[in-house]
Design a binder for this molecule. Structure first.
Ligand code: ADP
Length: 292
């Protein structure tokens, strides 16, 4: 069931921009997300995708998601759904966007994906970070600007999650020592980073095949950082097709040692998963830390 205040917010939005009275014709739930309630909504103005949640639990989450999608869209490199409205209605906040109608993958789907992600990663910024927080899943992702990729990765990525996990008793003092051991070694492992725009949460559940048979990316956690962050996440829960990596690498050659860094970068989403979904992820975290 969609709260009536949200439905009114949506009809009000369409009504204000048109002479045609807005009507919700039908809606049904969309599965697959882990954080929000999601629906396909059919209206006399078209079909849309709606996500909603409790406004007070996740302040400005959808405004931040909309901002991230806009940054990706404005890069002109990857397909993302168009956002119509990010707003609050009663106790809820919601995000209304273009509905991605899926078609079969085109033959060059993975080539296209590799090439467009490489193009996204050519969008550079002066500083590492974003300058404002956003969300990774339902957890706040800090994006304070840093000069150093090492201090960014420690202070903005791993440490907040390590602290969170410790507060929940989800990790031990021994794990903390292992994280600290890793921090000492990052100077030899991380290259100098020239920050590029990232999707930030590019696992296989965050893209769909659109009506043209091309990749369409959603649910980002954008910032400017090392492109290998996105590459690492593609390998986390079932890798992408080999063609994707070949074509990506042709357009944006990966730096020496990239395979070695993937596990380190994936410590961040694994810690997020540990904090969101529990101890099942601790084994993977410890396995990676054990290698350093
Ligand atoms: P959550 O924020 O809860 O993780 P997602 O953004 O991942 O939710 O969306 C949940 C599911 O809805 C996705 O797994 C995908 O299958 C589907 N989905 C997401 N965005 C769209 C869209 N714009 N159009 C159609 N389906 C979508």
């Amino acid at each position: 069931m969609i709260p009536p205040a949200i439905l009114e917010g949506i009809t009000g939005f369409f009504q204000s921009g048109s002479n045609q009275p807005a009507q919700i014709l039908s809606f049904h739930p969309v599965s697959g997300g882990s954080i929000n309630q999601a629906f396909q909504i059919k209206t006399n103005h078209g079909n849309f995708f709606l996500k909603y949640n409790d406004a007070s639990r996740f302040p400005l989450m959808f405004q931040k998601e909309a901002k991230g999608l806009e940054l990706l869209r404005n890069s002109g490199t990857v397909n993302v759904p168009e956002v119509l409205l990010a707003a609050e209605a009663g106790k809820h906040s919601f995000l209304l966007m273009e509905f991605i109608n899926s078609a079969p993958m085109k033959d060059d789907f993975w080539d296209d994906f590799g090439k467009s992600l490489a193009a996204l990663h050519s969008h550079k910024a002066e500083k590492i970070g974003l300058g404002h927080d956003n969300f990774m899943g339902s957890l706040v992702q800090q994006n304070n600007f840093h000069e150093s990729w090492i201090t960014f990765f420690i202070e903005e990525r791993l440490e907040p999650q390590v602290k969170h996990a410790l507060e929940k008793n989800a990790i031990s003092k021994t794990d903390i020592l292992a994280f600290e051991r890793l921090y000492q070694k990052l100077g030899d492992i991380f290259p100098k980073v020239s920050p590029t725009l990232l999707h930030g949460d590019l696992w296989s559940g965050n893209f769909m095949v659109n009506h043209q048979g091309k990749p369409c990316l959603f649910d980002p956690a954008v910032y400017y950082g090392h492109p290998e962050i996105d590459i690492a996440m593609t390998t986390l829960f079932g890798g992408f097709n080999q063609r994707f990596y070949e074509v990506y690498n042709r357009h944006n050659p990966l730096e020496k040692g990239w395979q070695y860094r993937l596990d380190i970068y994936n410590l961040y989403p694994l810690m997020i998963h540990l904090n969101l979904f529990g101890g099942g992820y601790l084994g993977a975290v410890r396995r990676i830390l054990g290698g350093f």
